[in-house]
Design a protein. Structure first.
Length: 262
């Protein structure tokens, strides 16, 4: 698997992240989210983490200015990154401390290209730490999981121990598909009659449909490539992000992913 690792700069640590902010000591910190869909970055509304998962802060070098910075991801992802020469020292994981997902809730980050300049970190129960970085971009217009999770968090903020305004960012359309229009995720969920973020089997099917629709039938409705087909511009958008130092390529050996998930 080859992922695009998006660098999401922390702009304000939340109240629950006081300890983490202390560890970072003013060093620029990026939450690292693994995605296959960098063309949807314009519509990011939140960042998801698993409340019960363990993350860490790892020393890296910022491609934007050559300065030392910190990457926040799982220890497993950090090890993979070290072997790929993506951290400060090749083959070496230099951690400045461990972080629990719950501590990150309410922290604000800046997602490159997004219509929302700052977005909040909120919880997603279904995140697994054996895939990607366990930091996940929320793109509710095109991802059925993200759409349903956002609905759920809005319905029960107290239950999820979040502030309602953390999930108030408006859904932004990025691409249009012939069958489902600009809000593919909502339309697919409706068509499959999905009404819970816990309906894993149906959501997997919805994701499959949304992926295919977006890739083969999608046309961009925003940004530099507005009016062009997703299939044609997908890699250009990725290359632009990597070229600007806002993202980097990160791969996971397939057998490793499989063996870890059993
Ligand atoms: C932004 C985005 C926008 C995503 C979209 C999807 C969609 P895959 O194909 O199964 O490898 N993801 C990444 N890591 C995790 C994790 N540890 N646990 C749960 N979800 C994770 O899935 C890769 C996608 O799953 C990634 O791409 C990420 O969400 C999420 F419009 O990032 B994506 C139709 C899907 N659309």
């Amino acid at each position: 698997y080859e992922y695009i690792a998006m660098k999401l700069e922390v702009t304000q640590w939340g109240e629950r992240a006081a300890r983490v902010a202390e560890l970072a000591k003013g060093t620029k910190t990026y939450l690292i989210a693994a995605t296959l869909r960098s063309e949807t970055m314009h519509g990011v509304t939140n960042i998801f983490v698993g409340s019960h998962l363990e993350y860490g802060l790892y020393r890296a070098v910022d491609a934007r200015d050559g300065a030392e910075c910190l990457y926040l991801c799982t220890p497993r992802a950090a090890r993979n990154m070290a072997y790929q020469g993506l951290l400060k020292t090749e083959n070496q994981v230099e951690s400045v401390g461990e972080v629990k997902g719950a501590e990150l809730l309410g922290t604000k980050v800046h997602p490159a290209l997004s219509a929302h300049n700052e977005v909040y970190v909120v919880p997603m129960d279904s995140i697994k730490d054996n895939k990607g970085t366990a930091v996940v971009i929320c793109m509710p217009a095109d991802s059925p999981d993200d759409y349903m999770t956002t609905q759920e968090l809005r319905k029960k903020p107290e239950y999820y121990n979040i502030e309602p305004e953390w999930v108030a960012a408006e859904e932004i359309a990025v691409l249009t598909t012939p069958t489902y229009g600009e809000h593919t995720a909502a339309a697919v969920c409706k068509a499959l009659k999905i009404n819970s973020s816990k309906d894993a089997k149906q959501l997997a099917e919805a994701k499959e449909i949304a992926y295919k629709e977006g890739f083969y039938g999608g046309t961009m409705v925003v940004g530099k490539y507005k009016g062009e087909r997703v299939e044609t511009v997908k890699n250009k958008i990725r290359d632009d992000l990597v070229g600007e130092g806002l993202a980097f390529m990160y791969s996971e050996p397939e057998n490793l992913v499989m063996s870890r998930s059993g």
